[in-house]
Write a protein that binds this ligand. Structure first.
Ligand code: ADP
Ligand code: MG
Length: 350
């Protein structure tokens, strides 16, 4: 893009120039994206038997991301995919995205262009139309807000409150990797900021770094559910850690749960690096965050349909409310699960 050019201050393009610059090549992919960028509002068409799902997220520099080690392109990609993930968690398909930015004069045009190259790459990969947003200045730092619009058949939506007693608790992919990736980046941050010319030791850690810097949304799962004829009874995406998300399903469904530690899927690299940080890998999976996998429950009768699927692991089952939410450890003892959440973990790690 503008890599070899001098750093152009945003003031040179002005707000409208910047918007045009960022959005002029957008080609709309969906028939129901009737009007995208360029008017007072985007126009989204309705399809007869479909419902619209909407979600929004705001990220602030210094709170949600640290530009010392997060490249802007990755940040853009992540802003988009974590929003897509919320729509996937409803068993819906993300279709239109709006991005609002508040940006300080510290950022030249090419920095915002980098951010947008990540956003647009994610939109391309996930077949989502960027249809609008807002651009404004900030006194300091960068704030990004994303709003995602998706579509689903009403009867296929998966809420947090639909789990039933004896339902199986399932999770996609593996957990804890994004958190261990964050720990690694935080540890190497000193090297980024203090030792000029010294490269941080990030080699050989690709998987966990990607999990942190370039998370993917499980857009494949709604399609897989359709193919195998399973409709989860409840579903949520794992942004704050397994424990916290399971608590949401339990609270909203009015139930308890029993999880089995030995069943929780953890990638070998995550396991290994967690150990090096003197952390329990299971704790990273339970209380780390940002894995953006899906946690869902299914009727036990559907077990045969998901059995053997390499993307799905059964990790426990729903119980009555009075039994509480418990983890059966590898040594076969029961521990009550509390949702510590990602922020709490982050706080203690710094
Ligand atoms: P208004 O003054 O009505 O808010 P704007 O000048 O802010 O309009 O926006 C003009 C068009 O550009 C609108 O379609 C808006 O959605 C779009 N837009 C503004 N900022 C962004 C952005 N950061 N990313 C994508 N689209 C944007
Ligand atoms: Mg505006």
């Amino acid at each position: 893009m503008l890599e070899n050019q001098a750093r152009i201050p945003i003031s040179e393009l002005g707000e409208f120039g910047l918007i045009r610059h960022l959005t002029e090549n957008i080609q709309l992919k969906h028939e129901n994206s009737i009007k995208g960028v360029g008017d007072d509002a985007a126009v989204i068409g309705n399809t007869a038997d479909m419902v619209t799902v909407v979600s929004t997220d705001m990220l602030t520099e210094g709170v949600h991301f640290d530009l010392t080690y997060v490249p802007l392109k990755h940040l853009g990609y992540k802003v988009a995919t974590v929003n897509f993930s919320d729509i996937c968690a409803m068993n819906a398909k993300p279709k239109q995205l709006l991005i609002s930015i508040a940006v300080s004069s510290r950022f030249p045009v090419d920095a915002i262009e980098e951010l947008y190259s990540g956003i647009l790459l994610a939109c391309e990969r996930y077949q989502v139309d960027l249809v609008g947003g807002d651009t404004t200045s900030s006194k300091s730092g960068l704030t990004i807000s994303a709003t995602i619009i998706g579509e689903a058949k009403k009867e296929k939506l998966t809420y947090r409150n639909g789990a039933k007693e004896k339902d199986l608790i399932c999770v996609t992919g593996d957990l804890g990797g994004a958190y261990v990736g964050l720990l690694l980046l935080e540890r190497e941050k000193g090297v980024f900021t203090t030792s000029e010319g010294v490269q941080p030791e990030l080699e050989g850690n690709d998987y966990i770094l990607e999990r942190q810097l370039k998370p993917e949304a499980r857009i494949d799962m709604p399609i897989i559910f359709e193919q195998i004829g399973v409709l989860p009874t409840s579903m949520i995406d794992i942004s704050d850690g397994l424990a916290s998300e399971l608590m949401h399903i339990c609270t909203q469904s009015g139930l308890g749960a029993q999880l089995y530690e030995e069943k929780i899927p953890i990638d070998p690299m995550t396991y290994d690096r967690a150990r090096q940080f003197n952390l329990d890998p299971t704790t990273c999976a339970l209380n780390g965050g940002e894995d953006y996998e899906l946690l869902f429950t299914i009727n036990a009768d559907d077990f045969e349909k998901i059995k053997g699927n390499p993307d799905i692991t059964v990790i426990g089952y729903m119980t009555d409310k009075n039994s509480g939410v418990n983890l059966i450890s590898k040594s076969n003892t029961s521990h009550p699960i509390t949702a510590q959440g990602w922020d709490a973990m982050k706080g203690s790690a710094q």
